[in-house]
Write a protein that binds this ligand. Structure first.
Ligand code: ADP
Ligand code: MG
Ligand code: MG
Length: 902
């Protein structure tokens, strides 16, 4: 019955039938080829096989019914249009078979060029090219190489070795020195390699080549590195890839041909202008692979003015049409320009802000759209420090600043070693001649990537930019010797484990560790750079977009801060209050002794005197924070951790006691501590005597804290500031717990506050699932809720946070049980549902109830969007994340379509 349904399914679209909105179905590449075709741009004719076909193939392991026929029909029509038949011995039509998913996945999926060549049509191709044998045999050897590698999994190095061998025999290092005979010999060598690895001859039947290539593209969706990239980029696993079949055009037909890539603006800085690389007499993959060194695109003006002018015209048109930075791939075949790809180009974080600002200036987009086009992850990147460069630091090499940032680390030469060292906590720089998709693991593990070949559009550059990783590419003074695990530069040898520093903005490479300096964006946030006066396009763009985000957002942004210094910094970053002030640190340091006294107290007197001694210290802490947050709300959480956390660890105490006894010293105090630690031991401390339970069990503990808060508020207010304390009770699961604490607190507050005008709110964390589920009751006793999403996640999933991430999350991620740790980004369906229930029922019971979140999710972009949707009043996050949360809250407010924030 499934067969019945699919018979009429349309699986193949001619380029003329698609458009750029059909990315889901045609993939990004296919949709944009169609868009360019319909714009009347010179795109070689072809067709796209849909992601639906791919999904059907992957689900059943065979091509869906009707697909083969539809391909046949479209191929025939292509053949008619071109006046050539696929692989025809006299006058062959050749095609490329190209993958292309909804989201661009550079280098992940595979492309096969020159499909349709065989022992006979290679002669026909030569004739087509006016007897250019060299070209024909070069094309054929490329087909066998790409087909072997991507379709039949023949190890790519084998072909590389054979090519190197042919060059060595010829006494050259340049591909172009190989003549037709050399290449014919190389084809024979390639065929033997193919046979050796696959047990069959290289397929001579053009249609079989095509079908096998299409199938291989389908299957590459589930290739290991594609799966890994998707997980990294949070691309859903079930989209599938489309397959594009495109008439071949040839950039390797001689000096009047060539191929290149270009950006309509600088993807590194966002500066306007033409940026690209061009390579004469080459096929497209050569540029991307960085095999030969390219020339800047501007050179093309000299080489082929007509094509250059046409290209510039097309680029301007594309920008206007897409209203964004585009990147393109093109080929010139004997003076005729062909467009092979375009897409809205990837860009660095800085460029994203700068370009969004420029496009607003140019009237192409409005500020809402500009806000939509940047994101919190990019902003976070811009807040990274950069190298501080004094005269002492002389670069040893300069490559291309391919992905900005500053990175120092130990040099490694293989992906495996990068992963190993990173797992040991080392920061590493992965050094390669050029990277390829197999290096992905190493690139993820590394702090930075350094290559000696390739331009801004090489694999290393593109992937690093996508990951926000520092990368210098094409540092060609560096001689990389991977087997020997070393590189040489400027007469020096750097071996594995030596430290180097790379600057992904300038492309400079330094030996040793270079110190870093703060980012300009941070300086702007801190108020030391005035965006109105500074000549810095980035700072101005950030200021403009942040201001718009602030104007649009409905969520307030607070910070988590435990000290006056943190509070002050967060306030400069735009925090509108403190959402979580932990009081635990007030029990540490020189106060440990008092806390020990408190814990060991055997009589009421002993306990009360310990508390009385702690009171003024806490009061001073609060005063400092209230002063810094003058006029803004400060949520103070009463003591939360189990008290034994404030005592020395059991083993250490046991040793101390034993040693002291040996020496015949007085061990009464140590013994008492040891006994207390033993007594207080818990199997599951996170579920034990902590939070509100402490307040209910230890008389006077919460009372002391409440008094310290109220007294500090009154004192600060008397000094002319405005203190807005909010007392937060942790770990409440039942309204009775809160009522008990509240009754005691209110008495103290009333007594301390008197007629000072200070208002103290009392509320609770919602972090125990039962609290979320009984939020209607709890709201009766709470003036605010703050979702503690760390504990809520921990208890909703039954995950012990400190254990599970290292123990088995990798497996859960691998199995796709979740795409990202629920501690990192809120689990909307489960934990999120608890938040929703509590928000709704809490507000129903008490409409003026204030709702916030203070878990680490408060600074996570996706989670911020969720909290906006739920309608919380604020999120609270670490000071450094405050700008990120402001930006994302603004984005959430302007994104009405609910589209993803990627
Ligand atoms: P990727 O997604 O890795 O960029 P592509 O499918 O774009 O892979 O193809 C790889 C290279 O081959 C690109 O440089 C592209 O321009 C070139 N190419 C693809 N199809 C054709 C074609 N029909 N004629 C000439 N070059 C092509
Ligand atoms: Mg491409
Ligand atoms: Mg908690």
């Amino acid at each position: 019955m499934a067969a019945q349904e699919t018979v009429d399914h349309k699986y193949v679209y001619d380029f003329a039938e698609g458009n750029k909105e059909l990315k889901e179905l045609l993939g990004g590449k296919g949709a944009n080829l169609a868009e360019m075709t319909n714009l009347g741009l010179p795109v070689p004719p072809g067709f796209t096989i849909t992601t639906e076909a791919c999904k059907a193939y992957l689900a059943t392991g065979r091509e869906p019914d009707g697909l083969a026929d539809q391909i046949e029909t479209h191929l025939e029509s292509l053949e008619r249009q071109m006046g050539r038949r696929l692989g025809d011995p006299q006058d062959p039509l050749l095609v490329s078979v190209r993958s292309g998913a909804k989201f661009s996945m550079p280098g992940m999926m595979e492309t096969v060029l020159n499909v349709g060549l065989n022992d006979r049509s290679v002669v026909g191709l030569s004739n087509q090219a006016g007897g250019n044998d060299r070209f024909a045999w070069d094309s054929y050897r490329r087909l066998i190489q790409m087909f072997g590698k991507t379709v039949c999994e023949v190890p790519g190095e084998e072909f590389e070795h054979a090519l190197d061998e042919a060059k060595r025999a010829k006494g050259t290092t340049n591909d172009l020195d190989l003549d037709a005979d050399d290449l014919r010999g190389l084809v024979d060598a390639y065929k033997s390699i193919f046979l050796k690895h696959t047990g069959r001859d290289f397929p001579q039947e053009p249609r079989e080549q095509l079908d096998l290539a299409i199938r291989a593209v389908f299957e590459s969706w589930n290739a290991e590195r594609a799966v890994l990239y998707r997980r990294q980029e949070r691309i859903p696993a079930d989209l599938g890839t489309a397959v594009n079949v495109v008439t071949m055009v040839f950039g390797n037909l001689g000096p009047d041909s060539g191929t290149g890539v270009a950006f309509t603006r600088d993807p590194g800085s966002g500066a306007q202008g033409i940026y690209g690389d061009y390579l004469a007499n080459a096929q497209g993959e050569d540029v991307v692979a960085g095999i030969r060194n390219t020339v800047p695109l501007q050179e093309l003006e000299r080489l082929d003015k007509k094509s250059y002018d046409e290209l510039l015209g097309i680029m301007a048109r594309l920008e206007e049409h897409y209203k964004d930075l585009c990147d393109i791939e093109f080929t010139i075949e004997r003076g005729k320009l062909w467009m092979l790809q375009t897409r809205v180009g990837k860009r660095t974080a800085a460029a994203a802000f700068v370009i969004a600002g420029q496009l607003v200036d140019e009237g192409l987009i409005d500020l809402d759209e500009a806000l939509h086009r940047v994101n919190g992850a990019q902003l976070a990147q811009l807040m990274f420090p950069r190298f501080r460069l004094d005269h002492e630091f002389e670069p040893v090499a300069k490559g291309i600043g391919a992905s900005p940032g500053a990175a120092s680390g130990k040099v490694v030469f293989t992906s495996a070693r990068a992963v190993e060292l990173a797992a040991e906590g080392e920061s590493v720089i992965l050094v390669r001649r050029e990277t390829n998709p197999d290096d992905l693991n190493g690139m993820i593990a590394a702090q930075g990537i350094l290559t000696s070949r390739g331009g801004k559009t090489s694999h290393a550059a593109v992937v690093a930019r996508g990951m926000g990783k520092t990368c210098v590419s094409g540092a060609d003074d560096i001689e990389v010797n991977v087997p020997a695990k070393r590189f040489t530069v400027a007469g020096q040898t750097v071996t594995e484990g030596d430290v180097v520093s790379i600057d992904g903005t300038t492309g400079k490479v330094y030996l040793g560790e270079v110190p870093v300096m703060p980012s300009e964006v941070v300086q702007y946030f801190e108020g030391s750079l005035d965006p109105e006066h500074v000549d810095n396009a980035l700072v101005r763009a950030v200021h403009r977009i942040m201001s718009h985000a602030d104007a649009k957002r409905q969520l307030a942004v607070r910070t988590n801060a435990d000290t006056g210094a943190d509070a002050a910094r967060a306030r400069r970053f735009g925090a509108e209050g403190i959402g979580l002030c932990r009081t635990e640190h007030m029990f540490l340091g020189d106060r440990r002794e008092l806390v020990e006294k408190l814990i060991l107290a055997r009589t009421d007197d002993e306990r009360e005197s310990a508390l009385a001694a702690l009171l003024p210290l806490q009061r001073d802490d609060f005063k400092e924070i209230f002063r810094e947050m003058d006029g803004l709300p400060v949520t103070v959480r009463l003591i939360d951790p189990p008290l034994h956390e404030f005592l020395p660890p059991l083993e250490q105490l046991a040793v101390n006691v034993a040693v002291a006894q040996e020496r015949g010293e007085d061990v009464a105090k140590e013994e008492a501590l040891l006994a207390a630690v033993r007594r207080m031991h818990e199997e599951n401390p996170m579920l034990g005597l902590r939070g509100v339970r402490l307040g209910l069990v230890i008389p006077g503990l919460f009372a002391m804290q409440v008094r310290a808060i109220a007294e500090a508020a009154v004192s600060v207010t008397r000094d002319g500031a405005v203190a807005k304390p909010e007392i937060m009770v942790p770990l409440v699961g039942a309204v009775q717990e809160l009522e008990t604490v509240r009754a005691e607190a209110e008495k103290i507050i009333a007594e301390v506050v008197g007629d000072s005008g200070v208002e103290v709110l009392i509320g609770t964390m919602i972090e125990v699932p039962r609290a979320a589920l009984t939020a209607g009751q709890i709201a009766e006793a709470a003036q605010f809720f703050s979702f503690g999403t760390n504990d809520l996640t921990q208890m909703a999933w039954g995950f012990s946070r400190d254990d599970v991430e290292g123990a088995f999350f990798w497996r859960y991620l691998e199995l796709g049980i979740f795409g990202i740790s629920p501690f990192e980004s809120i689990d909307r369906d489960g934990v999120g549902r608890l938040v929703r229930i509590a928000a709704e029922e809490g507000r129903a019971a008490r409409p003026e109830l204030k709702l916030g979140v203070c878990g680490e999710h408060g600074g996570d972009p996706d989670s911020v969007h969720f909290f906006h949707e739920v309608g919380l009043d604020y999120v609270s996050c670490s000071p450094f994340r405050v700008p990120v949360a402001r930006l994302e809250a603004g984005r959430a407010a302007v994104e009405t379509d609910g589209s993803d924030s990627r």
